[in-house]
Design a protein around this ligand. Sequence first.
Ligand code: MN
Length: 160
Amino acid sequence: MNTCGTTTSGDDAARTRVPAGSAFAKAGRRMHILVAEDNKINQMLITTYLRKFGHSFEVADDGAGALAAAAKGGFHLVLMDIQMPEMDGLEATAKIRALEGPARAVPIVALTANAMDGDEERYLAAGMDGYLAKPIVAASLFAAIDRFAGGSAEETAVSG
Ligand code: MN
């Protein structure tokens, strides 16, 4: 059994055990993930986990940035904060889904605190594929990547 987690530092990311195995190993390749999140601490936390999992990533600070990055294509998954300035995650998702070409089909997972009854339906209706509750923990992030990053329509268009 292989465990990716380490206990070499005292931060939350290091304390949280990473599940055995790895998403990219299971899928046969590393994934390129767009992190759309306006909160710097959450950005740091999520990207720390992604590094541990062995994935590459790009960070967008708001919905407009997320849309611009997603439109370029090349992502296996988008982690989309719901509450962002200027353009929120729901609007950014709707605009990504309205793009021309394969970039529109990238799996999108909402990141949200205080998810309430009906919110998941709202996210799905906006074109999202699921959601992760904040605070983000390694195991649930790992599971979401494993679950949602396998079926991207762009898979064949992404090299390396
Ligand atoms: Mn936010």
